[in-house]
Design a protein around this ligand. Sequence first.
Ligand code: GLU
Ligand code: MG
Length: 456
Amino acid sequence: MNQQTNTSIILRQAQEAGVKQVRFLFCDNAGIIRGKAAGKQALASGLSSGLGLMRAVLAMNSLDQLQLIEDMGAVGEIRLMPDPRTFRIVPYAPHTAALLCDLRLPDGEAWDGCPRTFLRRQVERAHGEAGISFMSAFEPEWSLARRAIDGTYTAIDDSLGFSSIGMTTPATVIDEILTALDSQRFKVEQYHSELGHGQQEITIAHAPALEAADNQLFYRETVRSVAWNQGLIASFAPRPFANQPGNGCHLHLSAWAGDRSNLFYEPDDRYQLSQIGYYFIGGILAHLPALIALTCPSVNSYRRLKPHSWAAAYTCYGPDNREAAVRIVSPQYGRESATINLELRASDNTANPYLALGGVIAAGLDGIRQARAPGEALLTLDDPDNIPLEERIQRGIHRLPETLSAALDELEKDPVLMDALGPTLAKTYLAVKRSEAVAFARQDESFEINQHFFKY
Ligand code: GLU
Ligand code: MG
């Protein structure tokens, strides 16, 4: 389909649905979904040449504090250039449609500060270098709460994990969320009430990497908006309640050559994982202390990333081990080659999904390129925190950085990830994230939790 056909199809659909505004959305360096809407008058031109926006938005942190970065101040524009494949009428706002955008330069050229373009580059690299197409799924957990007039939050229930009453208490809002996901053609797989108070998990099927990251943005949009319309807050913050389990967003990947051949599958291996799969794990673990600056990128992330919380706090891997940073997910009986995949557990919803997934692919590709077999020492069949400290050190199983600042230090020292990001994105991202670490260090725990609760 050419650009012109796309445009006319979208214009027709928008008109038929009585759409009055189309949101042009993107995800910023702080992981916040932002954008602008085109009215009916500006839609056709917006589809062909984008909407203008100040470049400075990408230099803003999650407190809307603008960072001093060259070419990203009072002067400087970008274009929000929509990807027509992401168009949809959204069911959670009246007469509204939405699109996801690349950030381009004013002349329409690609901009090296664009997170979505970064992921696209990693996808192309994987294909060019190794003939691999990655499939991925984000697996978000989130908490439903009520907000009191004084701004405090209370979980909607204190139900138990996987309890049926925990599925009944939020049933009306879950029903509307499922309807809203269906209408956008999401492939919903499973739903359960998670362990924490008010905590929920609805999973959707894997998709090609770029589409999976796009899905994560529309999923967050949909869940938060439907909950809001029912007078509730859906929080994707990693630790919305200090005394309750955290919200992870485990990241699943499998590597494909064409549609039918899962390159992570090896029937003769004890865990049915191929050599390429092991190299991929080796790459992730080698870069993990730096990589979590992209996958667990908020100050609140480090309140979740603790031992004994199934969030993964050590550089190790294991089959179905929920305390290992990388879990080899056991394949489904009878569908082994279609279902074997790897799960990065040190990952949460405050990440910009394009940066998180692009970073994971860059780290994994490095593992494949360097044949980084993770070996027996990093393989754990138990909770790594139960291994005596000396033995852990000897085996090379390290505690992950315990603060955002420490993770950013690692990122800055990691040439593979810094190279993949490129100078503009690396500089901007580090400035924005460093400023969050500084701003929250000046405040107390309740400020931090409150800020993350509503924004994510
Ligand atoms: N809530 C846990 C986390 O923070 C994960 C629990 C689970 O395995 O589903 O990652
Ligand atoms: Mg879960």
